[in-house]
Design a protein around this ligand. Structure first.
Ligand code: ATP
Ligand code: FE
Ligand code: MG
Length: 344
């Protein structure tokens, strides 16, 4: 079946077409340029941008794929989690299309979509895998028994998400918003053992209750104190070393617990997803540690790490294939959709 995917959780309007695990087209329009000067996403601006981009992106996608609207078999839209205004615009567009075409509509979980997109590149998923979702809003470990119907949340961050922590450290260092990619780039030029920063929830006493949880706010405070200290002494900031050492602390926690989750559950495959899964040190360290433990890591190419329509179409295709009931016409977007809920 041919599935149209509509993404609109935040600042990206994504439209994509997927047939099975084959991606026909993926179009993204971002309003990030309009938010950057505010140092954060302005929801009203994001909603308006979705309204402006939706139809042009749709027309462009259909023309590029050489597909007529009537050929679409099902429509999937991100129903949450995300900004309610942004979601509402995308969901209205998707509902209108589905009702006019008389096709089933699936309101899907955007975050689960971050994992689903990997199938479009690396093929069908194994029976079970450990999913590491790392993005601007999430840092979670999932036990995925079936991407369409059976996801168990093993743990997640108690405070900041990995991308959020990177963005905050970027701000402390005066780097442009969003800081994540800039901190990553500076870190590549620095020494990861230059400064000793703490690893949250790694002490043995946390091994029971917080075995699969993360905490990055203490680390962020520790980076802030380090910067303050140097500023007070009028010393120049070793930006590259700070970024490398901070990045190492975040990625040490993420990768250690991901490998641990595999060993604990006798699972041999890891799938990563979300904007932060573009992080160079995460990809490097996870590859090393997984290989050492005899595990396979599946990492989507960088263009599918940040928000896109392909992830929504991919998850929609999984739901159709699993024979899941379409969503009720009257559904509302859910800004805090739980991770174990794949669709609304
Ligand atoms: P969610 O998916 O949880 O709803 P989101 O959609 O806002 O959150 P994404 O768009 O998936 O998040 O990811 C954006 C985040 O990824 C930002 O915090 C950004 O700084 C971060 N990011 C992107 N590339 C990198 C990188 N190379 N290194 C570190 N962080 C990065
Ligand atoms: Fe996202
Ligand atoms: Mg985004």
């Amino acid at each position: 079946p041919l599935v149209l995917g509509v993404e609109s959780t935040c600042d990206e309007t994504g439209i994509a077409l997927v047939r099975g695990h084959e991606l026909l087209v993926d179009r993204t329009a971002s309003s990030m340029d309009q938010h950057a000067r505010y140092g954060g996403i302005i929801p009203e601006i994001a909603s308006r941008a979705h309204l402006e981009s939706f139809l042009p992106a749709l027309e462009d996608a259909l023309a590029t794929a050489g597909v007529e609207l009537s050929e679409i078999d099902a429509i999937a839209c991100s129903a949450g989690p995300g900004l309610i205004g942004s979601l509402t615009v995308g969901n209205c567009g998707a509902k209108t299309l589905a009702s006019a075409l008389g096709k089933p509509l699936y309101g899907v979980n955007h975050v689960v979509g971050h994992l689903a997109v990997d199938q479009l590149v690396d093929g069908p998923f194994p029976d079970r895998f450990i999913g590491l979702i790392v993005s601007g809003g999430h840092s979670n470990l999932l036990l995925v028994n079936d991407i369409a119907t059976d996801i168990v949340e093993l743990g997640g961050t108690l405070d900041d998400a990995a991308g959020e922590a990177f963005d905050k450290v970027g701000r402390l260092l005066g780097l442009p918003y969003p800081g994540g990619p800039h901190v990553d780039r500076h870190g590549q030029a620095g020494r990861c053992d230059a400064i000793k920063f703490p690893r949250g929830l790694s002490a043995p006493k946390y091994q029971e209750k917080h075995r699969y949880d993360f905490s990055f706010s203490g680390l962020k405070t520790s980076v802030a104190r380090y910067i303050e200290g140097l500023n007070q002494q009028g010393m120049e900031l070793p930006v590259d070393d700070i970024c490398a050492s901070f990045s190492e602390a975040v990625n040490d926690s993420l990768t250690a617990k991901t490998v641990q989750a595999c060993l604990d559950h006798d699972i041999d495959t890891i799938v990563i997803g979300g904007g932060f899964s573009a992080n160079s040190r995460l990809r490097e360290l996870l590859s090393e540690r997984a290989a050492a433990a005899g595990l396979t890591v599946r990492m989507p190419p960088l263009r599918y790490c940040t928000d896109n329509g392909a992830q929504i179409a991919a998850l929609g295709a999984n739901l159709v294939a699993a024979g899941v009931e379409p969503s009720d016409w009257g559904f509302s977007p859910d800004s805090s959709m739980p991770l174990e809920v794949t669709h609304i």
